[in-house]
Design a protein around this ligand. Structure first.
Ligand code: IPD
Ligand code: CA
Length: 271
C-alpha cells in the first residue's frame, strides 16, 4: 500500500472533477430532488461521483466508497477498516444550481478508520485545500494555519441553514442564531459545509458548527482543520463521531468549549 500513490491518483481525479464543475456551473442543469425540495442533485453530481469511483476502483479494486449520491440511491454508508474514500462530488449543490461560485468537491481517504488525506477543491475560484495526516494543510500549495482565536466575542462564526425542511431542525438553527448572533463578531452561512471548515483552517473564520451534516460533507474538512492546527469535536463536547451528522470545528479548544456551552443540541439520524 502506498499512500503517496493514492494521493497522486486522487489529486488527478479531483482536478478532473473540478473541470466538470467549472464547465457546468453557468449552463442549464438537469436537477432532481432528494429528501425534500431543497435537497437537490444534478447530473454533474452523479457524473463527478462516477468519475472518482471509476478512477479509483479500476486501479484499486479492493477500495471501498461512501459517496453522497450512491448513498442517496439506497446504498447504506458503511465504514470498515478497508481503505475507504468518502466523496461529496459537489458540496454546495444549491450554490452550483444557482451559479454561486462557492462550491467544491470534497474527498477523504480513511484507512483503518483513520483519515489519511483530505481534498476540498473549489474550481470556480481556484481554491485547492489539501491535508495529509502529520504533514500539515495547504491552500494552493501554501501552508495554512487557523487563526488561534480563543474568545467568543471576537470570533467570526460559520454555520448553515441545512438542506432539511424538518421544523424541529429549523427551530434549532434559529434558536442557535438567536443565542449566538449577539455574542460573536459575526455569523456567515455560505452554503458549503466543506468550504466552511476550510475557511476555519485558513484563518478566515474562527468556528463552524452544523447539525444534520453527513460524513461526506465534513470528512475532508476534519483533517484539513486539524492539520492546520484547529480542533474538530462533537458539538456537545467530546470526540468527533464521523457518522453522527454533527460537527464543530474551531481555531482553538478554548473557543470550541465556549460554543459548546451555548448550543442548543440536535441529534439527526446517523449516517
Ligand atoms: C450540503 C451543504 C450545506 C449544508 C448541508 C450539506 P450538499 O451539502 O454543505 O451547506 O448545510 O448540511 O448537506 O447537499 O450541497 O452536498
Ligand atoms: Ca455535501
Amino acid at each position: 500500500m502506498s499512500l503517496d500513490e493514492y494521493y497522486d491518483v486522487a489529486l488527478d481525479l479531483v482536478k478532473q472533477a473540478g473541470a466538470i464543475i467549472r464547465e457546468k456551473i453557468d449552463r442549464p442543469k438537469d436537477i432532481a430532488m432528494k429528501s425534500c425540495d431543497v435537497d437537490l442533485v444534478t447530473e454533474s453530481d452523479k457524473q463527478v461521483e462516477k468519475l472518482f469511483i471509476g478512477g479509483i476502483s479500476s486501479r484499486y479494486p479492493d477500495h471501498r466508497f461512501i459517496g453522497e449520491e450512491t448513498t442517496a440511491s439506497g446504498l447504506k454508508a458503511q465504514l470498515t477498516d478497508a481503505p475507504t474514500w468518502i466523496i461529496d462530488p459537489i458540496d454546495g449543490t444549491m450554490n452550483f444550481v444557482h451559479g454561486l461560485p462557492h462550491t467544491c468537491i470534497s474527498v477523504a481517504l480513511l484507512v483503518d478508520k483513520v483519515t489519511e488525506m483530505g481534498f476540498v477543491y473549489n474550481p470556480i475560484i481556484e481554491q485547492l485545500f489539501i491535508a495529509r495526516r502529520g504533514q500539515g494543510a495547504s491552500l494552493n500549495g501554501k501552508p495554512i494555519k487557523v487563526s488561534g482565536e480563543k474568545e467568543l466575542k471576537k470570533a467570526l462564526l460559520m454555520t448553515e441553514m441545512g438542506t432539511s425542511r424538518n421544523p424541529e431542525k429549523i427551530k434549532t438553527v434559529m434558536d442557535n442564531l438567536q443565542i449566538l448572533v449577539p455574542k460573536v463578531h459575526g455569523v456567515r452561512t455560505l452554503g458549503s459545509a466543506a468550504l466552511n471548515m476550510c475557511m476555519v483552517a485558513m484563518g478566515g473564520a474562527d468556528v463552524n458548527f452544523e447539525f444534520g451534516v453527513h460524513v461526506w460533507d465534513f470528512a475532508a474538512g476534519d483533517i484539513i482543520v486539524r492539520e492546520a492546527g484547529g480542533v474538530v469535536i462533537d458539538p456537545a463536547g467530546g470526540s468527533l463521531d464521523l457518522m453522527s451528522g454533527r460537527v464543530l470545528c474551531a481555531s482553538s479548544m478554548e473557543l470550541a468549549n465556549e460554543i459548546v456551552k451555548q448550543l442548543v443540541q440536535y441529534y439527526p439520524e446517523r449516517d
